[in-house]
Design a protein around this ligand. Structure first.
Ligand code: NAD
Length: 252
């Protein structure tokens, strides 16, 4: 019988940003495909409800702040210490930052906060996990970027910059570790139905939806399917790439 490369039996999958939205959908999907998940987020209440929902052990639940390098390093060290291995990392943690703000009105504290969580958090996670993946000569990394990093949304300068940075970072790392059994890819969703859009201005949402040929928002489960592929053994010949999940908005 051919092996099912999309199955996660015997694998440990760390999902950061797991408490809500796309990350939470990914946790459900990976669990349904046999993986042992470790869920991490800044949101303790969200983690606690997910832990209860899935009956996870305490050592499968970790609090992390992506905006703090030492917290990110502690997360990876603690997962290895508790579970010995990490086969795949799915990072869906992130913030929108300011919307509807003209470029000349950018507030630097808010800009820096968004870049630190979305971009530096991605880099710190990748740096912390790579030595463990290299030692085993196997690993899958899937970060969630955004269509905003490819095309830019007006008035969302910090977010656009952070996501474009993620896409660039992933390209270089993908090439660097390509011969070591490790793939690193990203997903660039357009609008997905999650709590993240709750604070996005009507004007910005209308702009984004108007550019989706399918004429609808995406569901978290649709994004999770693609992340599960990137996190699986099946994703063996694609690295440094950013996949679209945009209802036809981006086709490149
Ligand atoms: N929803 C969309 O329309 C959309 C579109 C494109 C890209 N994205 C990206 O998808 C990813 C997931 O977003 P979502 O829509 O599921 O949003 P969400 O708000 O439902 O989930 C984001 C999660 O990240 C966590 N988080 C925020 N700051 C953190 C920090 N400092 N440390 C650790 N965790 C932190 C939150 O607590 C939350 O659980 C994000 O990177 C987002 O930028 C979302």
């Amino acid at each position: 019988m051919a092996s099912d490369l999309s199955n996660f039996s015997g694998q440990v999958v760390l999902i950061v940003g797991a408490a809500s939205g796309i990350g939470r959908a990914a946790v459900h999907l990976i669990t349904s495909r046999g993986g042992k998940v470790v869920i991490a987020d800044l949101d303790k209440a969200g983690l606690a409800s997910l832990q209860k929902e899935l009956g996870l052990k305490d050592n499968q639940v970790k609090v992390v702040n992506l905006g703090d390098q030492s917290s990110v390093q502690t997360l990876i060290t603690s997962v290895i210490s508790d579970h010995v291995q990490i086969d795949a990392l799915i990072n869906t943690g992130g913030v929108v930052g300011p919307t509807n703000t003209k470029a000349e009105d950018v507030d630097w504290a808010a800009f820096e906060k968004t870049i630190t969580i979305n971009l530096f958090g991605t880099i710190w996670l990748t740096q912390a996990i790579l030595p463990y993946l290299k030692a085993r000569k196997y690993g899958r990394i899937a970060h969630v970027a955004s269509i905003a990093g490819k095309e830019g949304n007006p008035g969302m300068h910090a977010y656009n910059t952070s996501k474009a940075g993620m896409i660039g970072f992933i390209k270089g790392v993908g090439k660097e570790v390509a011969a070591e059994g490790i793939t690193i890819n990203a997903l660039a969703p357009a609008v997905i139905r999650t709590p993240m859009n709750a604070d996005t201005s009507e004007e910005t949402l209308k702009y984004m939806l108007g550019r989706i040929p399918m004429g609808r928002v995406g569901e978290p489960e649709e994004a999770a399917e693609m992340l599960a592929f990137m996190a699986s053994k099946a994703c063996s010949f694609t690295t440094g790439f950013t996949f679209d999940a945009s209802g036809g908005r981006a086709t490149y």
